[in-house]
Design a protein around this ligand. Structure first.
Ligand SMILES: [Zn+2]
Length: 370
């Protein structure tokens, strides 16, 4: 445990906390805090910034002014002396709060700030505060990302396609990455950004021909503002050209591709009851897509894009007990197998009306995945 704290301390130090406690750790901090070091170039920002940046600005509200209630220091149980860990945390959080306060713009979403200051380890930068906020509000991020996608709508001419490249082709092309787009083979260009499995949510704005460029979210297509925020709270009028995604959308994306990582939130939402049997959820309960993803690919593919995302999000997710899930998967595997046999038969004799659909199998999927 002690080494863990030290590691965390080193990481905090590497994040350039100018406090004495970080001296023992990273060498990067030494350069900044050690009195032995001469000051050729490093200290410049610290000395020049206040002189030229501060006077024209209007005074920013302090953390205590923004959130009076949360400014009170935390206190342990009465009578007990603080442990070394809590002393360390207090010192670390004081430094983090100071750093956050310094870099916080006058306008900043209050719920995010409230969340940041209530963390056991206060995030030291506004961006980390925003990321932490969404990480802890995963279902809200899911809803927001889908709402933003709905605002963008399906790009003209887009259809949900999967990459047909083999992994070898892909590896070959990766070596050429970083070179001019013209250097990419035609096949590579056409397939740029395409997922190789229907387990991945379709993302038109990640695909070459539909990408909206800098300052726009590659997941939802909407403009991205400071700190990966989705609304222009600062009235800049232009998106942040260095940003390629919203903090909320990245969180949602992670949720969509690995919902099992968030079984706790989903269980809580269901009142710890199995969505199929109504019985109490056991520890081994699993996350399941109500409508299995292979059926989305097979039957619902033509639905408009933002609507499709709902199949990866909360509306299509449920937590069920393992035995129930196993039965459901077995039934789905049987159904898939019979469809496959039928199409194989039909392909052997008469062609289907829509050969794409019968042929379009996900190369990476396995039987039993729901
Ligand atoms: Zn987005």
């Amino acid at each position: 445990m002690a080494t863990l704290w030290r590691y965390a301390l080193a990481a905090a130090g590497a994040g350039r906390f100018g406090t004495g406690m970080a001296k023992t750790a990273a060498t990067t901090t030494q350069a900044r805090t050690s009195p032995v070091q001469e000051k050729p170039a490093k200290p410049k920002p610290a000395e020049t910034r206040p002189a030229k940046a501060k006077p024209p600005r209007t005074p920013k509200p302090t953390l205590a002014e923004r959130l009076p209630a949360s400014a009170a220091p935390e206190e342990g149980p009465a009578g007990t002396p603080p442990s070394a860990a809590s002393l360390w945390r207090e010192a670390r959080n004081a430094a983090a709060r100071a750093r956050l306060e310094k870099s916080l713009p006058a306008v900043f979403p209050l719920p995010v700030l409230r969340h940041a200051l209530s963390r056991p380890l206060v995030p030291p930068t506004p961006r980390l505060a925003v990321e932490s906020y969404w990480r802890h509000h995963i279902l809200r991020a899911d809803r927001l990302a889908r709402a933003l996608a709905a605002a963008s709508g399906q790009p003209e001419g887009w259809t949900w396609r999967l990459g047909t490249w083999t992994p070898e082709d892909r590896r070959l092309d990766k070596r050429r990455r970083g070179k001019a787009v013209e250097d990419l083979s035609e096949a590579a260009l056409a397939e740029k950004g395409l997922a190789f499995s229907f387990r991945m949510p379709p993302a038109p704005f990640r695909e070459g021909p539909f990408a909206r460029g800098k300052g726009h979210c590659c997941i939802c297509g909407q403009p991205v503002y400071r700190f990966g925020w989705h609304r222009d709270l600062w009235g800049t009028g232009t998106p942040n050209r260095n940003a390629a995604w919203h903090a909320a959308c990245v969180t949602a994306w992670k949720f969509w591709i690995a919902p099992a990582d968030h079984v706790k939130e989903l269980k809580r939402r269901q009142g710890h009851r199995c969505a199929q049997s109504g019985k109490r959820l056991l520890k081994t309960a699993e996350v399941d897509h109500r409508v299995p993803l292979y059926r989305i690919w097979r039957e619902e593919r033509a639905r408009p894009w933002p609507e499709l995302l709902g199949y990866w999000g909360l509306p299509n997710l449920q937590v069920v007990n393992r035995a129930v899930h196993a039965d459901k998967c077995a039934a789905e595997a049987g159904e898939r197998a019979s469809v496959r046999r039928r199409t194989d038969l039909e392909e052997g004799s008469v062609r289907l009306d829509s050969p794409e659909i019968s042929k379009a199998r996900d190369p990476l999927s396995r039987v039993g995945e729901g």
